[in-house]
Design a protein around this ligand. Structure first.
Ligand code: HEC
Ligand code: HEC
Length: 458
């Protein structure tokens, strides 16, 4: 601003000056109106300082120019008066903004969400608690509880070993969770929880949130503590009498804790998002042409052949306060399942067979991540198990069996109570070379219950 040539007409000089003041007023007003809360105090102070500087500059410029242009003295006087008036307003706004920062403890309450559009409701405390499960480095967010290596070994064998191996070494191609310590510098490093992960909290949080695969959210806090203790043990990071709990969690230092650094080389994106975002050449108008949920469809049968959905926005379902104009298929399934559960519970009380089936259903949780049963069951990691008893082994169209099952199919072997029992006792012994990574059901009563359960799907 101070570089304005003196010879310019007054008009061009005044306008930019008020441009600054307009910005000053505008941002001051925005600051005053917004409820920033305590965290933003630093930011606010910075902004207010900027506002202050703007006022100073405007003040210095106006009288200086006015002196040099005697002919325009009157105009200048008026403008300077106006500037003073604006300055007072800015001061008032700053005062209000300061009140908002909480220095005067007068924080306005947040607006009631949902009121304006008549949509939604305030979330219940329980609902928030159910979502608010993140655990951060240092252990903040951990629930009460504890677990030792020995317990962890049992839980791991039961719920994790079918995919991750008895010693977390990884079965087949499922992820390896232990070892790889001296490979991080290799071209093909083995990145495990032990060798690679810098924070123990990531292991706790990830496992608690997402494992066992296909049954996320079923672990108790103590189970998760014990599993994490066992994974540390499998990585030779603790002794076999180690117990992990909320109190000693933060003290645990991971092998690779210093292995991550900020990549702030100028050529990469870090420097871009650390500076002011570019707001030039923006599109004038934003038009919604598609909703992402309808844009790409995950193939129903798995695989990588995702398809672009040809639907355009014209045919999309409408949404109102009563919900969407269609019921998603998954929600219908849920309804059906709930009804089925209700009915099953009624029978269970009276019929011993029904009790066995109910037990079988529980045990089937171990199979569920790889096998589907019931109406519309599709192949997953393993073939669907409808009509299993009496079915030829390895005979489901479109499923890629191991050569062990291809051979069994050729030999026309049949699934019966006896063959299923043998297979499930020790899958890898009964079907040598099978690609079913499952250690088997050791208890006979579990195998009987599974048989009774699977017989339902004929
Ligand atoms: C049915 C197979 C299966 C079972 C059972 C299972 N997992 Fe996993 N696990 C996976 C798969 C698949 C991934 C990779 C997921 C991904 O990358 O999105 C994974 C990833 C992980 C990882 C992250 C590995 C890494 O380095 O990225 C951990 C840790 C883990 N599982 C722990 C467990 C624990 C603990 C249990 C038992 C409570 C368990 N898993 C049960 C299949 C399984
Ligand atoms: C980690 C994934 C996984 C788990 C867990 C698993 N299976 Fe399997 N299952 C498979 C795979 C893969 C095959 C195909 C085997 C092959 O081709 O060698 C298979 C095959 C089978 C077959 C033969 C089907 C046919 O068409 O001949 C039966 C029966 C079976 N599983 C039952 C079970 C039961 C019961 C459980 C639980 C107690 C279970 N499986 C747990 C992956 C799994």
């Amino acid at each position: 601003m101070s570089k304005f040539p003196n010879s310019r007409p007054m008009k061009t000089f005044i306008l930019p000056t008020f441009g600054v003041l307009g910005f000053v007023i505008g941002s001051g007003y925005a600051l005053a109106k917004t409820n920033y809360g305590d965290r933003k105090i630093g930011f606010l102070e910075e902004q207010i300082a900027k506002v202050g500087t703007g006022v100073q500059q405007a003040k210095l410029l106006l009288p200086a120019e006015a002196e040099k242009r005697a002919t325009a003295a009157k105009v200048a006087e008026a403008e300077s008066a106006r500037a003073a008036e604006l300055e007072t307003q800015v001061a008032q706004i700053q005062e209000r903004a300061r009140a908002v920062t909480g220095r005067q403890k007068k924080v306005a309450s947040a607006p009631t969400p949902g009121k304006k559009l008549g949509l939604g409701r305030t979330a219940l405390t329980e609902e928030i608690a159910a979502w608010d499960v993140d655990v951060v480095p240092g252990g903040r967010g951990l629930p009460d509880g504890s677990g030792d290596v020995a317990t962890g070994e049992e839980v791991f064998a039961d719920k994790c070993a079918s995919c991750h191996g008895d010693f977390a070494e990884g079965a087949d191609n499922w992820p390896v969770l232990a070892g790889g310590f001296d490979t991080l510098g290799d071209a093909d490093p083995v990145k495990t929880v032990g060798s690679y992960w810098p924070h123990l909290s990531t292991a706790w949080d990830y496992i608690n949130r997402s494992m066992p695969f296909g049954e996320a959210g079923t672990l108790t806090a103590n189970e998760t503590y014990s599993i994490v203790a066992y994974i540390l043990y499998s990585n030779d990071l603790v002794e076999d009498d180690f117990e992990l709990n909320r109190d000693n969690f933060a003290d645990f230092e991971m092998h690779n804790k210093d292995g991550f650094i900020f990549d702030d080389r100028p050529a990469i994106e870090y420097t871009r998002w650390r500076t002011e975002p570019c707001m030039k050449n923006c599109k004038a108008e934003v038009k919604v042409t598609m909703r992402s949920v309808f844009l790409v469809e995950t193939p129903a049968d798995g695989g990588t052949e995702s398809v672009m959905n040809p639907a355009s926005i014209d045919d999309l379902p409408t949404f109102s306060a009563d919900g969407p104009s269609f019921v998603p298929v998954s929600a219908q399934d849920m309804d059906r399942q709930n009804n089925a559960v209700g009915a099953a519970q009624v029978i269970e009380e009276t019929d011993p067979d029904a009790q066995l089936i109910a037990t079988g259903k529980k045990i089937f949780r171990k199979c569920k991540s790889c096998h589907a049963v019931g109406e519309g069951a599709k192949n997953k990691a393993g073939p669907h198990l409808n009509n299993l008893i009496g079915r030829r082994m390895g005979s489901i169209e479109g499923f890629k069996y191991s050569s062990a099952f291809k051979l069994a199919s050729k030999e026309e072997r049949i699934w019966s109570e006896a063959t299923l029992d043998k297979f499930l006792t020790e899958p890898k012994v009964y079907a040598k070379g099978t690609k079913m990574s499952f250690r088997g059901l050791k208890k006979e009563k579990d195998r009987i219950a599974i048989y009774e359960y699977l017989r339902q799907f004929e």
